[in-house]
Design a protein around this ligand. Structure first.
Ligand code: NAD
Length: 417
């Protein structure tokens, strides 16, 4: 079922905004001003397919908010992309960027297409067509895209090249997560996992959960999960369960995260990893563990399985892994949820560092990037935690409260409300 058929994802997305607005005692008219996207662009992109026929794709780019800075958010290539989904994703970016305090608003874009069924040539023509169609809507001081589901560093490179031709200048800050050879940042590849790690360390201190010997379970052993597994392992945690879309493995004594990566690279899955018991793709959610890291897709922790979760702490590296019903069950059980808008914000934070370096024309070492990321993530956790204590609310509502307050103050300072 596509998002368009499920009813409005955007209306769902606004529910936590309304909770935060109630805590801040904002009037309904103000909430509308904060909630509604500023601008939405819909474009048609006809391209020649490899079979010689023309096919027309629909692309989107939404600026949810530019009150705190230029719009910033990824580009998604997926068959379910529609305006409602892009609006929701853009809204979440406004929240995420405000939570970690980087000087951006929120934006998002996408094309309804299936990149898995397209050749490299078709993807390049589609990306160049999209870049040309939205060129007047983006720019390093306007809106800065990045990758999301179905897009990667190569697609960023094609997008940038087409934009440079139209703009008639080199402007690497127009897009982030570029390959290193054209102005990408060191540390970007591991940034989301690294940021999640810093937040986990702070949360463990705040809630008195010892990390040495803590058992970690991970659903979705991909880009964001592999680095956090390694960092937690180095701290003395045991990686007891991991899975991917093919299957999962469990060993209560712990598994070596790097060996799991090597095995997955060879066989394309963690399934069958030696000295482990086979489990299903979803079993990591409910195995006996202390820290659960959902790192696959949205809506994985639901009202059907939330009650079976044994972890003390959930680190949401995936976007939207927990449904609102499941969130309530977890709260009643006393499970600490480190919300996606905080836990996975390390990726956009290092994208911000890339943009800063592009604008300076001067590049930092990996150590410098890491130190700055640690500072941003640690500070954001502490701010969210203080709000949670002050209003006696969970960390998700606290993160939204922090973000909505910052967006509100920026809109007020600009005289927009
Ligand atoms: P990825 O494709 O590298 O990894 C996802 C992994 O999940 C893959 O190993 C896949 O096999 C597995 N998977 C898919 N369906 C599964 C299922 N039903 N059960 C178990 N495993 C399953 O993607 P990624 O870049 O690591 O992104 C993962 C999540 O993190 C997404 O929700 C994404 O939006 C979010 N995120 C990513 C970044 C980033 O910087 N890459 C930043 C913020 C948020």
């Amino acid at each position: 079922m596509s998002n368009a058929e499920k009813g409005s994802l955007y209306e769902e997305a606004l529910k936590t905004l309304r909770e935060a607005a109630a805590i801040l005692k904002l009037e309904p008219e103000i909430v509308d001003a904060i909630a509604n996207p500023e601008q939405a662009l819909i474009v048609s992109i006809p391209i020649k397919m490899d079979n010689g026929k023309v096919k027309t794709f629909t692309g989107y780019r939404v600026h949810h908010s530019t009150a705190r800075g230029p719009a910033k958010g990824g580009i998604r290539y997926h068959p379910n992309v529609c305006l409602d989904e892009v609006k929701s994703l853009a809204f979440w970016m406004s929240i995420k960027n405000a939570v970690v305090g980087i000087p951006y608003g929120g934006g998002k874009g996408g094309i309804a297409c299936n990149p898995k069924e397209m050749s490299q040539g078709e993807l390049e023509r589609l990306t160049r067509g999209y870049s040309a169609a939205i060129a007047r809507f983006v720019g390093s001081d306007i809106d800065i895209p990045a990758p999301d589901v179905g897009t990667n560093a190569q697609i960023m490179g094609w997008f940038a090249d087409e934009y440079y031709k139209i703009a008639g200048k080199h402007e690497p800050g127009v897009i982030t997560s570029k390959p290193l050879s054209i102005g990408g940042s060191l540390g970007r590849v591991t940034a989301t996992g690294r940021g999640g790690f810093f937040v986990t360390v702070e949360a463990a201190k705040a809630f008195n959960i010892p990390l040495k010997g803590a058992r970690v379970s991970i659903q979705g052993y991909g880009n964001v999960a592999q680095p956090i597994a390694q960092y937690l392992h180095e701290l003395g945690c045991k990686i007891v369960a991991v899975s991917d879309s093919v299957g999962g493995v469990y060993n209560p004594e712990g598994m070596d995260p790097l060996k799991l990566v090597e095995y997955k690279e060879k066989t394309r899955s963690v399934k069958g990893f030696p000295e482990s018991k086979e489990i299903s793709t979803n079993d990591p959610l409910t195995v006996d563990c202390d820290i659960l890291v959902p790192s696959a897709l949205e809506n994985q922790i639901t009202k059907e399985n939330a009650d079976k979760i044994k972890a003390k702490i959930i680190v949401e590296l995936a976007n939207g892994p927990t449904t609102p019903e499941a969130d309530k069950i977890l709260q009643e059980k006393g499970v600490i949820v480190l919300p996606d808008v905080l836990a996975n914000a390390g990726g956009v934070t290092v994208s911000y560092f890339e943009w800063v370096q592009n604008r300076m024309g001067y590049y930092w070492t990996e150590e410098e990037v890491d130190e700055k990321l640690k500072h941003v993530m640690t500070k954001a956790f502490k701010e969210v935690y203080e709000i949670a204590k002050q209003y006696k609310i969970n960390l998700r509502t606290a993160a939204y409260t922090l973000a909505v307050k910052k967006i509100f103050e920026a809109m007020q300072a600009l005289g927009r409300i």
